[in-house]
Design a protein around this ligand. Sequence first.
Ligand code: VGL
Ligand code: ZN
Length: 203
Amino acid sequence: MKALILVDLQNDFCKNGALEVPDGNAVIPIANQLMEQFDLVVATQDWHPANHKSFAANHPWRKPGQVIDLNGLDQILWPIHCVQNSLGADFVDELDTSKITKVFQKGTDPEIDSYSGFFDNGKRKSTGMGEYLKEKGVEEVYVLGLATDYCVKFTAIDALELGFRTTLVEDACRGVNLQEGDVSKAVEEMKTKGILIKKFDKV
Ligand code: VGL
Ligand code: ZN
């Protein structure tokens, strides 16, 4: 049984969004097409309360891109994005949501960020996605979405560590590239760990 995990295909990561990922919209038609080939499709949503401490605006004199210590973890500060129930947190209109059987929301605790769709950044709490996939008999997952160098990477690595055979659909992802080369480094890191890297037309 194989599942497709759609990572954060939300307005704020796409064109004119608050945390726009360059060319992010390009992955939507690929996601729509790939869904047909899977037994099960799940999606994650970045889903922050307005007082989330990953937002630079919630710290005095801080700007997006700066790094702070947040409860013992390094935290990159971001612009306000994916606030729960806001338009920015909605799935992109063009996404065909009819085949998504379950949505897992992350980043809901203001005190800790959550890049992975499985756990928060301190692995303190599970979103339930791993348990859900195992319950459904999934052994293999394919991961695509936004952003390659953050939520996609951490989701794929956690999937592998949970024992799923894991494939990154590389050209169905786009990254932030806060530093030049971050996306290729992220892909290399995933590959080194044992994640398979495929182009969407080879899936
Ligand atoms: C993401 C930064 C902050 C992502 C989410 O979806 O990759 N990146 N929150
Ligand atoms: Zn976020």
